[in-house]
Structure formats: C-alpha cells, structure tokens
Design a protein around this ligand. Sequence first.
Ligand code: ATP
Length: 354
Amino acid sequence: MSKVTLKNLSHSYLKKQEKDSDFVLTNINIDWNDGGAYALLGPSGCGKTTLLNIISGLLVPTKGKVLFNDKDVTQLNPVQRDIAQIFQFPVIYDTMSVYDNLAFPLRNRALSESEIDSKVREIAEMLELTSTLNNRASGLTADGKQKISLGRGLVRSDVNVIMFDEPLTVIDPHLKWVLRSKLKELHQKIKRTMIYVTHDQTEALTFADQVVVMHEGRIVQTGTPIELFEKPKHTFVGHFIGSPGMNLLPCKITNGEINLAGQRIASNTSIKKTNFNKTQVGIRPEFINFSKDGIPAKVLKVNNIGRHKIVDVETGGGKIKILSNPQDEIPSGSAFVTFNQKYTYAYGDDWIIE
Ligand code: ATP
C-alpha cells in the first residue's frame, strides 16, 4: 500500500513546448493518504487519463515528480511501481476459465496454490462470481467480463495502488449502481489506496472520500463530496457538480458587498479584493426559496421531476433555477425569492472570493 504524492506536475504531448496551451496538465499537486479512496473527476479531455497514466508509470511527465511513500518513482514503469490498473474495457483471457483469470496475477507471482485458491474465492465471493468460477470467460456478458477485470485488479495484496479508468462504461445502466456500491464496499474491506477516474459525478461522489475536480488540465478543487457541493471554490465546480448546477449571475461588488441588479445580496464570503475582470454571485438551486419579500422574480416554468420541482425563474440579474420540494406551492407569475446567505458566494474571475 502506498501514499501517493504528485509534485509540480505538468505534461505536454509535444516534444517542444512554447506556450501554456502546449501543456495538457499544468502544475498538479496532490497528496493522497495510504489506503484512501480518491476520484479524479472532470469532463472529457480535461486530462484525467493522462494523469492516471503518469501515476501508473505508462507515461513520464514533462515536469514534476511522482512519489510513492516519499520515494521518487517518476522514471519507473508500471511493473516496477507495483500497481493494478483497470481499464474502460475488460482485459481478460477469453480462453481461460473465470477462476484461472483471477488466479493469473497471483500465479505470476508464484504464490502457493492454496494461497491462490483462498484469494480467488474471496474476491469471487465479493464480486458475486463464485457460481461462474468454472465457466469459460468467453461466454460471459460484458458486465461479467468487466467484473473479472475488476477482480484481477483487486486480487493481489502486494499492490501499492489500484487504479480504475472509467471502469463502468461497458456496464449496463441498471447494474452500474450495484457495482458502484460494490466497489465502495470492497474498498472498505481491503483498504488499499484506490484512484477512480470518471466524468460521472455520481460515480465519483459515491466512491471517493476525496474528489479531485479537474478542468482544462488543472485541479480546480479537491474536497469531500459535501465540500464540493456546499462550497465550490471555482465556478466550474459549481456548475459541473449538482443537477441542475449552481446558478451564476453577473454582479457588481461595491464596498465589499454583492450588488445584483441594484439589490444588496448577503453572502458567506468576506470580500476584500475587488479588482477582478469578471464578478459573479453563485447560489445552488437547493438554497433558494420563495418568500414574502426579497429579490423580485417572475416564475417562467415549473418542471415536476418527481422527487423535486425545478422552477425556472427570471430575476433582475438573470435567469436562475430553484429546486423545490414536490409538496411546495409555487407562486405563478410575480414572486420574491431569497438566497440562503450561508450558501451564497461571490466569485472573482471564476474563483471564490474569500
Ligand atoms: P477522456 O475522458 O475523453 O479520455 P480525459 O480527461 O481522460 O478525457 P485525456 O485523455 O488525458 O483527457 O486528454 C487530455 C488532452 O490530451 C486532450 O486534449 C487530448 O486530446 C490530449 N491527448 C491525449 N492523449 C494524447 C496523445 N497520445 N497524443 C497527443 N495528445 C493527446
């Protein structure tokens, strides 16, 4: 098992770099504890796979260092780093049985057959593969094959880190949630350092204790799922996480206060610096209520989605979304709304003003 540290890491796929945009990763710094469950979350193209491949040793970074337990492993290959990597698509031996697939990484390390047998059966039990152990892997569905891939990654107890690169892509939607909670359970049982890469916020937030949110090759925030939800440090985290995402409206900042279309808005941020090119007020749809007075608004549309109502509202500062309980009365036409001060933040050039 290993603690993982990334120091001042940047990467470019070009031989020569002349400008910032030549880099696909910029100044990545991470400290992950031994035995933790972490996720790298971000949209397609933000650099997640590149970063994962640098951690696993498939790629050497252009700048910076990778440390496992404070030892510099930047130049070591994946085998020397002792990591297990599970890819988007199953990597298995079709001609072997499920049992032999799971046993393969252990036989490679010359464990005794009795040790192999007990480990294979333990992992098969966890992944509900026991009844298929004697079947040929070729006959399994994509879900079944990916479970073997997961099992092959999880079966070794000598790995430093187990890494998952969008492992549920091929899994049937209705089985995704089963495997998602299974992985979380497996982490709690085997307590190895696990890194999970995904563009899917639900996967990241259910699996990881700490989520690293990436945007255009940079880390914009690292935090627990609750921290990312309650206090987005960057507007990208605000709108990428949550459904619908955070409302962001252009505002002015005068005398340390947010001014939205002529109205003072109380926020959770103490605003000292004010020289920004762009200033916005951010509030999640969950933290806005209809009220007797406050910000004048006009109700445009109510979408009843079962568990909630999503209400589209026009304010003097722009359009926003409000998430209401299904039983809440929604005013029609003119109304007033109030922002919960505890969850209202000011952003300057996309970063939270604190
Ligand atoms: P996805 O989920 O689509 O794989 P990602 O977040 O994992 O996206 P990367 O695959 O790491 O992102 O890609 C980051 C950037 O690096 C993208 O602009 C991509 O086009 C570029 N890139 C990735 N691999 C290579 C490569 N081998 N050569 C050149 N550019 C690459």
